[in-house]
Design a protein around this ligand. Structure first.
Ligand code: AP5
Ligand code: MG
Ligand code: ZN
Length: 268
């Protein structure tokens, strides 16, 4: 059971596209996105004690205390949809959280499979953050220029209201978040680099191209079949692989899907 789990970390400064990419990756990997910022915002929306506490930190651009964050992640991972793993978005954010996560996963006989780092310069980050809009209901991410919803102010996914995040509207808080990121999260990147788990991806490309690059950088096989990215297999080839599969009971299709993904990404 534990050997089949996939835990993936996404790193990158505010606005680098973690949330956008994590939402696409969860379809492919068959495991949910666990975004600590989204979990805090959901609690704020529901007016829970956790939400009230988180808000006081988030409004200033500060990190929520580690003990609170780690407990919330633990709780999220115990839910049935996370039984096969998770894509961490915005967590861990400092060394203490990285060590707590490693300890948590070690108890289950597993660990992080890859840590993907989305690189982008500060000027581009500011443009992404100031133009970002988010669904109040399902937290889908949009951008006024790069990725607008089909109908202005209305979420494509759930029909909810698309608004600007409170912490994006305050330029001082945005600058503070970026400073904290470079101060506290950079050591986490070195931590995973030291463990040879770091995959660096150019976050300045368009959304689709970043996704392609991420998929080819991630070594673990998806829990589910790689549906959206796999090239259609020709009829004859499909017949042949069925025969081989019947003989050897080997995951032939999964191997070809992975090859197709790599080919497609390298062509771009
Ligand atoms: P959180 O919600 O995690 O925010 P963040 O780290 O500041 O990251 P963002 O969500 O701002 O950026 P993103 O990388 O997800 O970019 P996105 O995909 O939206 O955290 C908020 C706060 O919560 C923290 O400040 C802290 O207080 C607290 N918190 C959270 N986790 C915590 C933790 N572990 N410990 C303690 N406190 C914690 O993309 C940005 C924009 O660009 C969007 O508009 C998008 O449409 C657009 N875009 C994305 N990709 C592309 C592309 N390739 N080309 C063009 N546009 C693109
Ligand atoms: Mg995000
Ligand atoms: Zn929505």
């Amino acid at each position: 059971m534990a050997a089949k789990r996939i835990y993936l970390n996404l790193f990158g400064a505010q606005g680098s596209g973690k949330g956008t990419q994590a939402r696409m990756l969860q379809e492919w990997l068959g495991v949910p996105q666990v975004a600590t910022g989204d979990l805090f915002r959901a609690n704020m929306g529901q007016g829970t004690e956790l939400g009230k506490l988180a808000k006081s930190y988030m409004d200033r651009g500060d990190l929520v205390p580690d003990s609170v964050t780690v407990e919330m992640v633990k709780d999220r991972l115990s839910q049935p949809d996370a039984a096969k793993g998770a894509i961490f978005d915005g967590f861990p954010r400092n060394l203490a959280q990285a060590e707590a996560l490693d300890a948590m996963l070690a108890q289950w006989g597993t660990g992080i499979k890859a840590a993907v780092y989305l690189q982008l310069d500060r000027e581009q980050l500011m443009k992404r953050i100031t133009g970002r809009r988010t669904c109040k209901n399902c937290q889908a991410v949009y951008h006024v220029e790069f990725n607008p919803p089909k109908v202005d102010g209305v979420c494509d996914v759930c029909g909810g209201e698309v608004v600007q995040r409170a912490d994006d509207a305050d330029e001082v808080a945005v600058a503070r978040r970026l400073d904290i990121y470079f101060e506290q999260t950079t050591p986490v990147i070195d931590y995973y680099r030291g463990k040879k788990l770091l995959k660096e991806v150019d976050g300045s490309l368009n959304i689709e191209a970043v996704q392609q690059a991420m998929r080819s950088a991630i070594k673990p096989k998806p829990v589910r079949k790689a549906k959206p990215i796999a090239k259609p297999v020709k009829k004859a080839a499909r017949k042949a692989s069925k025969k081989v599969a019947a003989k050897k009971a080997k995951p032939v299709k999964k191997v070809s899907a992975k090859k197709a993904a790599t080919k497609k990404a390298t062509r771009k």
